[in-house]
Design a protein around this ligand. Structure first.
Ligand code: IVH
Length: 687
C-alpha cells in the first residue's frame, strides 16, 4: 500500500476508534457495508504491522475494539460475512516473515474465541455446559502475551520449532529458539508416561518483564529506541538473524497444549494430564486452576486479573479450557477456533488524567524524545506522573494538547504510555503543543533526523555529555561501579569532566578511592566495551563487538574506513556515519586520551565470562551436585549476574538442585525459568 494512504488510514482508524459507539449503531446496509470494508482494511493493516513487523501502531485494546465492532456489524448483517469467520474469533494475521523456511503444521494451530466481559464469558460457559449435558471440569490458565510456537518431537527428539504463521504453516525458528530459551531437547519415556512417536507440543514464547526491562534499559542508555511492549521484543528476538542479538536476550517458553500426537493412545487424556507430563519432561507450564461451575471460574479469572502484575511474564487474559479430552472431542471445533476453550481478555490497566506539559529529553546521541508530564494518578498499584510518547509524529497524529484529559495505559505492565485523548472533555483553554526548534538544554538549533525525529547536533551539549558518560560507565559498556548518574552530574556541573576519556584523568580529589579502583580496573576491559562507550551513531553492544573484532586493537580503531566497517558487517549507511564520526576531531581526541592514560583493552576474548550474565538475577534452591552454593553464587557474580535469596518478579532464573521444593513452585507460579544444574553450568560456559 502507498505510504500516504497508509498514513491516512492510520488517522482514519484513530478517528473511527473514537467514534466506535456511534458507528456501531449504523443501521443501513450500505453504510454497514462501507464500514465493514473500512474495518477489514484497517484490521488487515494492523495485523500486518503487528504480526509481520512487530511494530503495532495502536494498542491491543484499540485493535480489539476494531475487531469487536466488525463482529457486531457482521452479526447484524450476516450476508456481509466472508469465509474467514470474522463473526467468531479465530486466527487472523500471519507471522511468517519470509526469512525462514516455512513448515506445515501436522495439526493446524487454531486461535481462541475471545470474551471481554463477565456476561460474554458466562454465555460461553453456559453454552458448553448445555452442550455437554453434564457438569464440566474447567482448567483456568493465565494467557501469556507472546507468540505461539509448535515444537515437534520425533521418537522423543526435538526436530523443529515452528511459529504459528498463518495457522497452517509457520516459520521454522528452531536454531533461534534454542539459542535464547530453554527447550527440552528430549522427551523422557517412562511407564507412567509412554512417549509418543510423534508429538507437536504447543506453547507460547514470551519475554519476562525483568528481561524486557533489562534490554530496554540497555537500549535507552545506548540512545536506541526502546520497545513498547515485551511481545514486540519477543518477536523481534525470536526472528532476529544476528546471533549476537539472540545470545544477548533471554526468552521464556511456557507450554500448554499439543497438536498432532501418534500413536493416539499416547495422547494426554486431559489438560491436567498434559500439564503433569510436560512438567515432568522439563517444560515450564502455566499454573493451572481447576474449577467447576461458572461462578468459581469467574472468581478465579478475577483473581488472575488482580494478580497479573505478580507474574514474571506479560499476561493479557485468562484461558478457560474444558479439562477432559473426550468432552473436547464431542464439542468439536468451529471454523477457526475450538468450541471447548475461550480466552478472556483483561481490561488494560488504564486511567485518565490531565496532560500538564510535554518536555523533551535529550539522549546520548542528541535525539529528542517527548515525555508527557501528568497530574499524578495511580495505575496498577503505583503512582505515575510521566508517560512516554513515541515521537513528534505521535503527538501530531493524536492531536494532544496541554490541558487535555489523556488516557494512560501500561504497555506490558511496564512503561506507562499515552494512548489517546478524551476529546469530549477537552477544555477550551487547551493549548496545542509547540515543538522546539532549539535544544532545550544547550539552545543549539535542532536538525531533522530520520522520519519523525529531531536531534541536537552539539556534542558538547551538557545533556548529551552526561548521558554519554553515564552510558560509558554503565554495565552496557565499561561497567565502572560507583560512577552513576549522580556522580556524573556533579563532575560535569563542576567542569571536571566533559568527555569519556576524561574519566581516566580523574584523581582522588574528585572521586572516592573505590571508584578510582573501578576506573583503573576498566582500563583492561574488552575493546568492544570501549567501542560501545564512544557513543557512535547506531552502535549498540552488538555492532560494537563487530567493530572491535575487526579493529583488533585500540590504535586501529581511529583509522577504520567505511570499507573496513562494511567488512565488519555494518550496513553501508551505518558504516558511512561511523567512519565519519571516528575520523572527527572529538573522537580522535578521545582515542588519543585513552592511549595517553594507559588504557589497554583486553583482546576480544570470546570465552571470557565477564559480563555474560550481566544483569541476570539468579536464585538457588536444593542441593547442587557438582559445586557448592557459594561457588555457584561466586561464578554468577563473576559473570556480572546477581544472586537473590528469594524468588521475585525480578528473578530471571531459579537454579534447582535436588530437593528444591518451595522456590521451584514459586518460580512456576511466577513463570520464572527453572534451570537444572547442567543447564546452569552450560549457561555459565556460554553454550
Ligand atoms: S490454549 C486451540 N493456553 O493465546 C488453541 N493459549 O488467543 C489453544 N495463549 O493461540 C491455545 N496463553 O498463542 C492457550 N495458557 C494458554 C495461553 C494461550 C497464551 C495464546 C496462544 C493462543 C492465543 C489465543
Amino acid at each position: 500500500m502507498h505510504s500516504t494512504l497508509l498514513r491516512a488510514l492510520g488517522a482514519l482508524v484513530c478517528c473511527l476508534f473514537l467514534a466506535t459507539s456511534v458507528s456501531a449503531q449504523t443501521d443501513s446496509a450500505s453504510a454497514a457495508r462501507e464500514r465493514i470494508a473500512e474495518l477489514r482494511a484497517a484490521i488487515a493493516r494492523h495485523d500486518e504491522l503487528y504480526f509481520k513487523h512487530a511494530a503495532p501502531e495502536i494498542t491491543d485494546a484499540e485493535y480489539d475494539a476494531l475487531k469487536r465492532e466488525l463482529r457486531v456489524l457482521i452479526e447484524q448483517h450476516p450476508q456481509l460475512a466472508t469465509a474467514d469467520s470474522e463473526a467468531g474469533a479465530g486466527v487472523v494475521g500471519d507471522d511468517r516473515s519470509g526469512r525462514f523456511p516455512t513448515v506445515r503444521h501436522r495439526v493446524p494451530m487454531l486461535g481462541l474465541e475471545k470474551s471481554y466481559t463477565e456476561a460474554e464469558l458466562r454465555k460461553f460457559l453456559a453454552r458448553v455446559e448445555r452442550l455437554a449435558g453434564e457438569p464440566v471440569t474447567w482448567v483456568i490458565e493465565p494467557k501469556y502475551d507472546g507468540l505461539a510456537i509448535s515444537l515437534t518431537y520425533v521418537r522423543g527428539q526435538l526436530v523443529r520449532a515452528v511459529t504459528r504463521g498463518n495457522g497452517s504453516e509457520g516459520d521454522d525458528v528452531t536454531a533461534n529458539l534454542l539459542a535464547c530459551t530453554d527447550v527440552p531437547r528430549e522427551l523422557p519415556d517412562t511407564p507412567d508416561f509412554p512417549r509418543p512417536d510423534f508429538i507437536e507440543v504447543r506453547g507460547e514464547v514470551f519475554m519476562a518483564l525483568a528481561e524486557f526491562e533489562r534490554v530496554n534499559a540497555m537500549r535507552r542508555a545506548a540512545g536506541e529506541e526502546v520497545f513498547a511492549h515485551p511481545r514486540n521484543l519477543a518477536v523481534g528476538t525470536l526472528k532476529a538473524t544476528d546471533p549476537a542479538v539472540l545470545r544477548s536476550r533471554r526468552l521464556t517458553l511456557v507450554c500448554y497444549g499439543w497438536g498432532g500426537c501418534e500413536p493416539a493412545d499416547t495422547a494426554p487424556v486431559s489438560q491436567r494430564d498434559l500439564l503433569t507430563r510436560l512438567s515432568a519432561a522439563g517444560f515450564l507450564v502455566p499454573p493451572a486452576h481447576v474449577a467447576s461451575g461458572a461462578e468459581t471460574v469467574w472468581q478465579i479469572v478475577r483473581v488472575l486479573d488482580r494478580e497479573r502484575s505478580e507474574f514474571a511474564g506479560p499476561l493479557d487474559g485468562a484461558v478457560i479450557k474444558v479439562d477432559e479430552v473426550a468432552l473436547r472431542r464431542r464439542l468439536g471445533e468451529g471454523d477457526a477456533a475450538p468450541r471447548w476453550a475461550i480466552a478472556h481478555k483483561f481490561e488494560p490497566e488504564r486511567v485518565e488524567t490531565r496532560l500538564r506539559a510535554i518536555t523533551w529529553q535529550v539522549g546520548r546521541t542528541g535525539a529528542l524524545t517527548p515525555v508527557a508530564e501528568l497530574d499524578p494518578v495511580t495505575l496498577g498499584g503505583s503512582t505515575i506522573a510521566r508517560a512516554s510518547l513515541h515521537n513528534r509524529r505521535e503527538i501530531e497524529r493524536r492531536d494532544y494538547r496541554i490541558g487535555d484529559r489523556v488516557r494512560v495505559e501500561r504497555a506490558g505492565e511496564i512503561i506507562p504510555q499515552l494512548v489517546g485523548v478524551n476529546l469530549a472533555a477537552r477544555p477550551a483553554e487547551a493549548v496545542p503543543v509547540t515543538f522546539p526548534t532549539a535544544c532545550p538544554v544547550c539552545a543549539t538549533a535542532l536538525q531533522p533526523e530520520g522520519e519523525a525525529g529531531w536531534r541536537c547536533p552539539q556534542r558538547a551539549c551538557p545533556a548529551q555529555v552526561k548521558r554519554r558518560l553515564e552510558y560509558f560507565a554503565s554495565e552496557a559498556a565499561l561497567n565502572i561501579r560507583g560512577l552513576g548518574p549522580v556522580l556524573v552530574e556533579t563532575l560535569v556541573e563542576r567542569g571536571k569532566l566533559s568527555e569519556v576519556d576524561g574519566i581516566y584523568r580523574l584523581t582522588g580529589a574528585e572521586v572516592p578511592a573505590r571508584v578510582l579502583d573501578q576506573i583503573e580496573r576498566s582500563k583492561g576491559a574488552e575493546l568492544w566495551r570501549f567501542v560501545a562507550g564512544l557513543g557512535l551513531p547506531d552502535v549498540g553492544g552488538v555492532t560494537a563487538r563487530k567493530i572491535a573484532d575487526r579493529a583488533g586493537k585500540l590504535e586501529a580503531l581511529g583509522r577504520m574506513s567505511r570499507e573496513d566497517l562494511v567488512a565488519a558487517g555494518l550496513s553501508p549507511a551505518v558504516a558511512e556515519a561511523v567512519a565519519r564520526e571516528l575520523a572527527s576531531v572529538p573522537l580522535q581526541r578521545i582515542l588519543a586520551g585513552f592511549s595517553a592514560a594507559g588504557v589497554q583493552p583486553a583482546l576480544a576474548a570470546k570465552a571470557a565470562s565477564d559480563g555474560r550474565l550481566a544483569g541476570q538475577a539468579f536464585v538457588f534452591t536444593g542441593t547442587l551436585r557438582g559445586l557448592s552454593r557459594e561457588e555457584a553464587a561466586r561464578r554468577v557474580l563473576a559473570a556480572g549476574g546477581k544472586v537473590q535469596a528469594d524468588v521475585a518478579r525480578t528473578t530471571n532464573y531459579v537454579v534447582a538442585g535436588e530437593g528444591g521444593g518451595r522456590k521451584r513452585d514459586e518460580a512456576k507460579r511466577l513463570g520464572v525459568a527453572v534451570l537444572s544444574e547442567e543447564e546452569f553450568l552450560r549457561m555459565l560456559e556460554g553454550k
